[in-house]
Design a protein around this ligand. Structure first.
Ligand SMILES: Cc1cc2nc3c(=O)[nH]c(=O)nc-3n(C[C@H](O)[C@H](O)[C@H](O)COP(=O)(O)OP(=O)(O)OC[C@H]3O[C@@H](n4cnc5c(N)ncnc54)[C@H](O)[C@@H]3O)c2cc1C
Length: 457
């Protein structure tokens, strides 16, 4: 009887977890390896445009996301003094893209995805290194990955005393090529236990500074600094703060405020500064210096947030299109392969799209080599177009010169009068995307699990 195929997902971010759920539903036995000690997502919001929601619908997560989103009805473009330049609303997004943008807390999305995976499918505190990308041809050698985990039992702990491997397939002897690819040993030097695993498919969802991308495409340029840094935080809505979302552009800086369900507010800010900077005191103080005199609710939100709750990340964007989104038995997805500026709110959305397209192509009986080539064909041109579009808007937001910013504001106000859906136009051809297949019934997983049990009996 056919053995269940195994997938190892490197990275437990939104892209990796969505891929894990989607592949599991397509009959793969999936293990997610995440180097952080826990799947504790950064405390910020995430906008999921209709394209991402439709992708999440295929794995039964879309409704739950929409149920957790604030029913936010309007958004405005403003100037730091408060003047309104343009306005949009959810009805316009529904007309244009078939649904509104849903904004949720990242923790909620991560929890929804993790809840759809067997508990043993996620290994946290485990750092993965690709040893061999493998050969995707039938009977070709599997991919191999080394996992380093804190050595709780000590380097000399005998193999028999260690906990059982958690996922069928990954740690068991292989039938393709090598006999048994698993070996485990302690390393007294770094106090970590190293386990070498083999898998039919490796999904590299290891984020912007992806080590897997560097390993499989060593000549490919690293992502380049986009010229600005971003701050994010979530706070309970201070009293009197209007529930209207806004994005406000100043000279070389900007601020966004978005209501979240449950009476919370998600705020983000950006400023054109050199890479690698940090506030001399704390990031809240830095925000106060830069934005404290802007229109409400900005000062009220800064009053409400604690210094430790403000996240800061420099923003990077892909310097060039990679040769492919796959290599051997490795599929790259999300920020690992198409880092983009957050100006369209699409980085995570595109990662979610990648994940469901990959799972669609890598169906139960698919030839893996052909499936991965089809994945690249579908995802590379689309995501690179989104990268470039987001970058163009990012550049607009970093303008500093007073006359250029005045011209920008005048053009935005005039265009908004002529084209009320101005802000949404940037998402044309992006937010209206549809996944390649309808929902994969939850039963698909049950069927495969049952088949696996039969094999073992
Ligand atoms: C300010 C800001 C606002 C944004 N807003 C939005 C938005 O509104 N909507 C949207 O769609 N996108 C948004 N994005 C983009 C979005 O956050 C990212 O595109 C998305 O989180 C990428 O997900 P990912 O899973 O590809 O990577 P990540 O979330 O970076 O996950 C990678 C994971 O891999 C793990 N990892 C790395 N190396 C290893 C290893 N060797 N072994 C094991 N684990 C490893 C990391 O610990 C991490 O957990 C925003 C980004 C920024 C900076």
């Amino acid at each position: 009887m056919k053995q269940q195929r195994t997938a190892l997902v490197i990275g437990g971010g939104i892209g990796g977890l969505t891929a894990a759920v989607a592949l599991e539903r397509r009959g793969w036995s999936v293990t997610v390896v995440e180097r952080a000690a826990a799947l504790e997502p950064v405390g910020a919001g995430i906008a999921l445009a209709p394209n991402a929601q439709r992708a999440l619908d295929t794995i039964d997560v879309g409704d739950a996301v929409r149920a957790r989103a604030d029913g936010q009805v309007a958004g405005e473009f403003r100037l730091p003094g408060g003047r309104r330049l343009a306005r949009t609303d959810n009805a316009a997004a529904v007309r244009r893209f078939g649904g509104p943008v849903a904004i949720v807390h990242r923790a909620e999305l991560v929890a929804l995805l993790t809840a759809r995976l067997p508990a043993s499918a996620v290994r946290t505190g485990a750092t993965a290194t690709l040893l061999d990308p493998g050969d995707p041809h039938t009977c070709g050698r599997p991919a191999r990955v080394r996992i380093a985990e804190p050595d709780r039992g000590g380097p000399d702990q005998p193999v028999a005393d260690r906990p059982e491997p958690d996922r069928a397939g990954l740690d068991r002897p292989r039938t393709t090529g090598d006999k048994d690819m698993t070996s485990t040993r302690g390393n007294a030097k770094d106090n970590a236990r190293h386990t070498d695993l083999s898998a039919d498919l490796v999904v590299a969802a290891d984020g912007i500074h992806s080590a897997v991308r560097r390993a499989v495409f060593p000549g490919h340029p690293a992502p380049r600094y986009a010229g600005f840094t971003a701050w994010r935080f979530v706070v309970p809505a201070p009293e009197g703060v209007s529930p209207v979302a806004h994005e406000t552009w100043g000279r070389g800086c900007g601020w966004g405020t978005v209501p979240l369900a449950g009476g919370r507010i998600y705020a983000y800010a950006m400023a054109a500064v050199p890479a690698g900077g940090r506030a001399v005191d704390d990031e809240r103080a830095e925000l106060l210096r830069r934005f404290g005199a802007w229109h409400q609710p900005v000062p009220a939100l800064l009053d409400a947030v604690g210094p430790a709750e403000v996240l800061r990340n420099d923003v990077y964007s892909a310097a060039a299109a990679p040769p492919a989104f796959h290599h051997g038995r490795v599929a790259l997805l999300g920020d690992a392969v198409h880092p983009m500026t957050p100006n369209l709110g699409q980085g995570g959305c595109q990662a979610v799209e990648d994940a469901v397209v990959l799972a669609h192509e890598a169906g139960p009986d698919a030839d893996l080599g052909a499936a991965l080539a089809a994945y690249t064909r579908q995802r590379l041109p689309r995501t690179m177009e989104v990268v470039r579009r987001a970058e163009r808007i990012g550049r607009l937001t970093t303008w500093r010169s007073r006359p250029a910013c005045a011209l920008r504001a005048g053009l935005m106000a005039a265009t908004a009068r002529l084209t009320p859906d101005l802000a949404l136009r940037a998402l044309d051809g992006i937010a209206d995307w549809r996944p390649p297949a309808g929902t994969y019934a939850a039963g698909a997983r049950g069927t495969r699990t049952a088949a696996l049990r039969e094999e073992q009996e």
